[in-house]
Design a protein around this ligand. Structure first.
Ligand code: G6P
Length: 615
């Protein structure tokens, strides 16, 4: 979604803001803008539609004019009002207050009606503009920018991460959040605010993570924070372990490519200190995990997008290996129904970012229904709304994932989930010591197996050429491979804009077979498991309808090549846990190479955002 970066410093802030915007661009990017307070206290603003580069080009033309020590910048992902210069942030009221906003203000129409009566003129179609006018109005009866903003946020329904600056208060920036993340960066030459720490990594490694409802007054030499009840609070300063190199391309063409090839290391990092020679380290899920897992009677998993697919794989594992019933649901559905769950339910949220609005709200919904529910969050972000709300946390240690299409976050989530399954199974005696050791050995072999699967890239690249003129593709799998097929289809749609659907192969004859012809490639995932025979029959059904087929198999699957069918051996014969992880790799590579051929923006596909912080 949108990205915010701002600050107050002893230096010219414009280049710092531009650097931050570029690092935030992966979040949302249909327009961008910045505002600077000039030496003579005037608000200077520049905005551009499209990529941050367009803003950069505009700035080159006005370079000498946009200098100052205080400023705010924003990359926008449109919700209310189409992507355009006039809808881009920052917004300004009465030439004296400027504001950037992430989130959605749900009562903006009623606020807008009121403000129009008060004489405010609207220059955009956004919901955001009401906040800046409201602050201007509130300032008339407040003696500080902080107090005016405090008054205004109490009138807002919806979610927000906000940065405000005013020419009347040139020594400060106000930052406040509810439902949308904000972090304060403490640097040597200034203090900053951003929607995620990545934007500020070149300036500092010291961060304060604002909590829900917090509001901060950020000055050059002082940061003051109040909670949602206006009480003065202290929030801890944390040192980030993220390194700037981790968010650079390091010689790769795309972040997605870099992240696909980082998977062996990401999995090694995720496993580190989570397994011993023969067993899984249950306290890796939290101090109380052992006690909690023993009492579990059911698992409810809630997530969105790729993370949801990881949950679907885990359902098969949990019921098969740990013998615990498991439901998996997309968060946007879960949060709006009246779900029922048994006492003893472990509520698991899966989220790369830990900030996906629907997943956060789904957890809150569950807690409202039953306050004694035990929640576990598996995420890739140490400081996030979900980690703060959850009783147990497991960090995947995949490192920053910048490509919008999730890759290493997914496979490390699967690793985390396999450890969860193994832990619960062990505590419930559904697996014995020998079986536990087998799972742990299998996990340890994963990085090497992924490296082998990555070696198939040249072959997969050749196959990608077949998709150049295709409008649709069908992915087939059975068991956990159905979930992997869903993930493969999602990857292809996301970055190559080819319509793709996944079906459990057994469902083929209940509909999708009607679509199959030579223009609809079918991709099947065929490990040698107990369902292989059935899958082979399904492939025959497809073959008879003239489809072009690609089959990814393991060395024991022995799928017979036929005319118009390409069979690629990805790996050796694998166990239940390793197989879905390894078979994800060729699907990632396939979608990456199809996207290259189609010439799409691989890392920043149109209309998508990395972290969906609005519903
Ligand atoms: C967006 C991203 C996806 C991601 C999904 C869930 O749609 O583009 O890649 O899977 O959000 O994000 P989360 O951070 O909760 O895993």
């Amino acid at each position: 979604m949108c990205g915010i970066v701002g600050g107050i410093t002893t230096k010219n802030i414009t280049p710092l803001l531009m650097d931050g915007l570029k690092r935030l661009e992966y979040r949302g990017y249909d327009s961008s803008g910045l505002v600077i307070l000039s030496q003579d206290n005037k608000l200077l603003r520049e905005r551009a539609a499209g990529k941050v580069k367009n803003l950069e080009n505009k700035l080159k033309l006005v370079k000498s004019k946009l200098e100052g020590n205080v400023g705010l910048a924003h990359t926008r992902w449109a919700t209310h009002g189409k992507p355009s210069v006039k809808n881009a942030h920052p917004h300004i009221s009465k030439k004296s207050i400027s504001l950037v906003h992430n989130g959605i203000i749900e009562n903006y129409i009623e606020l807008k009606d009121l403000q129009m009566k008060q004489g405010y003129e609207f220059t955009s179609e956004t919901d955001t503009e009401v906040i800046v006018h409201a602050i201007d109005h509130a300032l008339k009866s407040s003696d500080s920018l902080l107090k005016a903003t405090q008054k205004v946020i109490k009138t807002l329904d919806g979610s927000y991460g906000i940065g405000v600056l005013s020419s009347k208060y040139p020594d400060q920036i106000i930052a406040t959040r509810k439902g949308s993340p904000l972090v304060i960066g403490i640097g040597d030459n200034g203090n900053y605010v951003a929607s995620d720490q990545m934007a500020l990594l070149s300036l500092t490694d010291k961060f304060i993570f604002l909590e829900e409802g917090d509001i901060a007054e950020i000055k050059l030499d002082k940061i003051t924070i109040y909670d949602l009840n206006d009480n003065l609070v202290e929030r801890p300063i944390k040192t980030s372990k993220l390194k700037i190199a981790q968010i650079d391309l390091e010689g790769n063409d795309h972040f997605m490519q870099k992240e696909i090839f980082e998977q062996p290391q990401a999995i090694r990092d995720t496993l580190e200190s989570r397994i011993t020679k023969n067993s899984v380290v249950i306290p890796a899920f939290g101090y109380d995990a052992e006690k909690i897992f023993q009492k579990i009677r059911q698992v409810q998993i809630v997530a969105c997008g790729t993370s949801y697919h990881a949950g679907l794989v885990a359902k098969y594992w949990l019921e098969d290996i740990a013998k615990v019933p498991c439901n998996v649901e997309v968060a946007s559905e879960y949060r709006y129904r009246n779900p029922i769950f048994l006492n003893g339910t472990l509520f698991v949220t899966l989220s790369q970012s830990g900030e996906t609005a629907d997943t956060v709200e789904a957890l809150k919904t569950a807690k409202k229904i039953n306050s004694s529910i035990i929640s576990l969050c598996i995420s890739n972000s140490a400081e996030s709304s979900l980690t703060r709300l959850s009783d147990l946390n497991f960090l995947t240690h995949a490192g920053p994932e910048i490509g919008v299409a999730s890759t290493k976050a997914f496979t490390t989530q699967l690793v985390a989930l396999s450890l969860l399954v193994c832990s619960i199974g062990k505590l419930k005696n559904t697996i014995n010591i020998k079986q536990e050791k087998k799972i742990v050995d299998g996990l340890r072999r994963l990085p090497g197996l992924i490296n082998n699967a990555l070696l198939q890239e040249p072959q997969i690249k050749k196959l990608a050429a077949r998709f150049k003129d295709k409008n649709s593709a069908l992915f087939l799998g059975r068991g956990t491979m159905y979930a992997i097929a869903m993930e493969g289809a999602l990857k292809l749609k996301e970055i190559s804009y080819i319509h793709a659907e996944a079906y459990p192969a057994g469902e083929l004859k209940h509909g999708p077979i009607a679509l199959i012809d030579k223009n609809m490639p079918v991709i099947a995932i065929a490990p040698n498991d107990e369902l292989l025979g059935k899958l082979k029959s399904n492939l025959q059904e497809v073959k008879s309808r003239g489809s072009q087929m690609i089959v990814f198999e393991d060395e024991d699957s022995k799928v017979q090549e036929m005319e118009a069918m390409e069979v690629i051996q990805i790996t050796s014969n694998l166990g239940r846990i390793s197989a879905p992880i390894i078979f994800t790799i060729p699907l990632q590579l396939l979608s990456y190479h199809v996207a290259l051929i189609k010439g799409t923006d691989v890392d920043k596909p149109r209309n998508l955002a990395k972290s969906v912080t609005v519903e």
